[in-house]
Write a protein that binds this ligand. Structure first.
Ligand code: MCA
Ligand code: AMP
Length: 493
């Protein structure tokens, strides 16, 4: 996102990134990303939207690589550091990645792919300092592909352009009044919009400091907060739940120290899943802050947000952000009457370009007159949007991750003892939903430990079912369609 990088020239000597207790300036970031770009180009003028995937922990190298890919004219594809080989291979195949950059800790994982002549493998530690001519990148060009689960089995690659990303960033930096003196702590994975755009890119756009913690730990987060440098925090509701649970177990003097540090924060945001009012209230008791809840999606960045300055309405997501147009529509894609519920549909330069290599899926997700159909159902209530649910039972939100029930079912059906299965989201205070699977077995018994072990190299941990039930047959309606709500009820009993 090319203006993001140009803006770094205004802040050369300021701290851009803090990772592993080392601080890096914007100048270091510009130099390192130039070296990456020159190496990626290898003498060419422009990568011309070649796909460059990278498997690197959040930190200075991660950012330098992302910027380097953009400066060389490539499309950046961040891979999830927790994904098993099968999920990574799927992304590399789907995007026909030309280059893969990885740090030494992931070399073994990727070694089966090294035989492939069409992929150039590079080490993230191997970029020596270089200068060179870099291409001029137009804002309409593709910049990023992020994978998201949908109502079809396999995840889809969401393509955003430099313009989309810039619009997504500036909507937030203006609304939430980001400035140079801000300092944010990132604890989120960097293969999703929440971490990449809302946290990292907004900070770097503003000349602020983005500090990274690679592995979630409530203790480490509070320790960092108590150093009184961080003044902005953004997380999914599960993380606030975990922080509250940890804080409650601490002795009173430590609780007081943490609460005193939190009171000095400028902004605390929650999103990626519905924020339970109980979590909002408990966090307010601990920190003195009413969490600012906002609503977004991989395909459009943030679309609707509570206000930074005005009242934040618990249980509501607020109003459309700058340049984002929102309507609520019925199943015929007609705008509903004021006060009625409908699907959130969105237009604006923040909305993605396409699903990579899937023109039909792209066409299906837009109305004929160009509204992006989110699948989320909402109502406009007392001057604020409020989410009521989704129009598909096959999407599960767990720990802020969007998960397709169908993708998990497809994998489970490949197990030799499983005849059929139905996967559902079970409401859960901590995770939002946890994944439950009803199994129809070919034989009488299955060893669940063995099953989870078998799943380990096929699905990431957060897509693995936490609860199982066994049925003779799946519940179906008169049309023969599996009734997922009946399965969910069985888990709740
Ligand atoms: C992990 N575990 C789970 C789940 N995930 N259990 C139940 N349900 C789950 N979903 C278990 C693991 O198996 C493990 O158990 C233990 O929890 C720790 O796992 P780990 O993966 O290490 O989890 P964690 O480190 O504790 O992380 C929890 C987390 C993480 C920090 C909340 O889930 C997370 O980073 N979530 C954020 C996702 C995100 O950024 N989403 C944004 C996408 P055991 O120890 O027994 O093995 S949405 C987006 O970008 C849009 C645009 C938006 O609106 O923001
Ligand atoms: P993702 O595809 O991972 O980007 O997830 C986007 C989805 O997360 C949206 O379609 C919503 O269902 C959900 N989501 C994001 N923010 C919120 C929120 N504040 N409240 C409820 N759901 C949310």
């Amino acid at each position: 996102m090319i203006n993001l990088i140009q803006k770094a020239n205004d802040n050369l000597n300021r701290i851009a990134i803090k990772s592993d207790e080392i601080s890096y300036t914007y100048k270091q970031l510009l130099n390192a990303s130039e070296s990456v770009a020159v190496d990626l180009l290898g003498g060419k003028d422009d990568l011309n939207e070649q796909r460059v995937a990278y498997l690197v922990q959040p930190g200075f190298n991660y950012t330098a690589i992302q910027w380097g890919i953009w400066r060389a004219g490539g499309i950046a594809i961040p891979l999830c550091v927790k994904h098993p080989f099968a999920s990574i291979k799927y992304v590399l195949d789907d995007t026909s990645a030309a280059m893969v950059i990885c740090s030494s800790e992931f070399e073994d994982l990727l070694s089966p792919l090294k035989e492939r002549p069409e992929i150039r493998f590079m080490s993230s530690d191997g970029f020596s300092s270089k200068e060179g001519n870099l291409p001029d990148i137009k804002m309409e060009r593709r910049a990023l592909i992020l994978y998201t689960s949908g109502t079809t089995g396999n995840p889809k690659g969401v393509v955003t352009t430099h313009l989309n990303i810039e619009t997504q960033i500036t909507a937030l930096t203006t609304s939430w009044e980001w400035h140079k003196d801000d300092h944010i702590l990132n604890v989120l994975p960097l293969h999703h919009v929440h971490g990449i755009i809302n946290v990292m890119s907004c900070a770097l756009w503003s000349g602020a400091c983005c500090e990274f913690l690679t592995k979630f730990s409530a203790k480490k987060i509070f320790n960092i907060f108590c150093q009184n440098e961080v003044n902005i925090f953004m997380a999914v509701p599960t993380i606030y739940f975990k922080l509250i649970a940890y804080w409650k177990e601490l002795p009173i003097d430590q609780q007081q120290t943490i609460s005193a540090s939190l009171k000095d924060f400028r902004l605390m945001v929650s999103g990626s899943a519905a924020l339970p009012i109980s979590v909002l209230e408990e966090w307010k008791g601990i920190s003195g802050h009413t969490l600012l809840e906002r609503y977004g999606m991989t395909e459009m960045g943030m679309a609707i947000s509570n206000s930074y300055r005005e009242t934040r309405m618990p249980g509501h997501i607020g109003n459309p952000l700058n340049k984002v147009v929102v309507r609520l529509a019925d199943e015929q894609n007609t705008e509903v009457a004021s006060g009625s519920q409908g699907e959130i549909q969105v237009k604006g330069p923040n909305v993605f370009k396409e699903y990579w290599g899937k023109p039909e899926a792209t066409a299906e997700t837009f109305t004929k007159d160009g509204w992006f159909k989110t699948g989320d159902i909402a109502i406009y209530d007392n001057g604020y949007y409020r989410i009521l649910g989704r129009n598909s039972v096959d999407i599960i939100k767990s720990g802020g991750y969007k998960i397709s029930a169908l993708e998990i079912e497809e994998v489970l059906r490949k197990h030799e003892q499983i005849k059929d299965c139905g996967v559902v989201g079970i409401p859960d205070d901590e995770w939002g939903e946890i994944i439950g699977a009803s199994l129809i077995l070919k034989e009488e018994d299955i060893d669940l430990e063995e099953l989870n072990g078998w799943l380990k190299d096929k699905l990431p941990g957060y897509k693995t079912p936490r609860k199982y039930i066994f049925q003779e047959d799946l519940p179906r309606n008169v049309m023969g369609k599996v009734t997922k709500k009946e399965i969910t009820k069985l888990f709740l009993n």
